[in-house]
Ligand binder design. Structure first.
Ligand SMILES: C[S@@+](CC[C@H](N)C(=O)[O-])C[C@H]1O[C@@H](n2cnc3c(N)ncnc32)[C@H](O)[C@@H]1O
Length: 189
């Protein structure tokens, strides 16, 4: 990775995706939202790769589908209008990369957001889906109602992972105001 300066969690996720994802990879976007991550993933996996995207809001999937069609990438992506806690109903076999961007849809209804119990249920399942050398990235926000509790739950779980099987890390600015996002990463060894 080529760093000129430190970047925030959201930009770091993009850099890691660009660095890590290879053509032909099978990847999951567990919080599609406005589709920015889904779109980048679809471009990175190439023609033989596959992206699965989950969101509980059909509005988010509609926005994302339109973006994918515009870029002629829709055939690489399966969009699933269901909660990521049900991931095991849709995904069998291992995957190379999984991303979560928690919280609410930017520009949408802030009351519709990820919640600690379903987030943890999903992340526990996700960890078990990773291929060797696969990565799981989770961006947490603590400024909204329920965000801090959710971040604490995610951190508690990630910290408990067996270090012989997983690398687990946290990345965040510690001297910034306004609750900068926090990135958790898990690498399956
Ligand atoms: C911060 S946004 C994601 C932004 C997205 N990564 C992007 O590039 O625009 C979080 C999304 O998670 C979705 N969400 C909330 N609960 C969910 C759940 N249980 N399963 C899947 N998605 C969920 C929300 O509807 C919202 O669209």
């Amino acid at each position: 990775m080529d760093f000129k300066h430190f970047v925030n969690a959201v930009d770091l996720v993009k850099k890691i995706m660009n660095y890590h994802i290879k053509k032909g990879d099978r990847v999951l976007d567990c919080t599609v939202g406005n589709g920015n991550d889904t779109l980048l993933l679809a471009s990175l996996v190439g023609e033989k790769g596959k992206v699965y995207g989950f969101d509980i809001q059909s509005k988010a999937l509609k926005i994302t589908k339109e973006k994918l069609i515009k870029e002629n990438l829709e055939y690489r992506v399966t969009l699933i209008n269901d909660g990521h806690e049900n991931i095991d109903n849709y995904i069998s076999g291992k995957v190379d990369f999984i991303v979560y961007n928690l919280g609410y849809l930017p520009g949408g209804d802030k009351r519709i957001k990820t919640e600690i119990n379903t987030t943890l249920e999903s992340i526990k399942k996700s960890v078990g889906l990773l291929n060797n050398n696969g990565l799981l990235l989770i961006t947490c926000y603590t400024g909204h109602d329920g965000g801090l509790v959710e971040k604490k739950g995610v951190e508690y779980f990630i910290k408990s992972l067996n270090q012989k099987k997983y690398n687990a890390l946290r990345f965040n600015f510690i001297n910034q105001k306004n609750n900068p996002p926090i990135l958790f990463g898990v690498e399956k060894l």
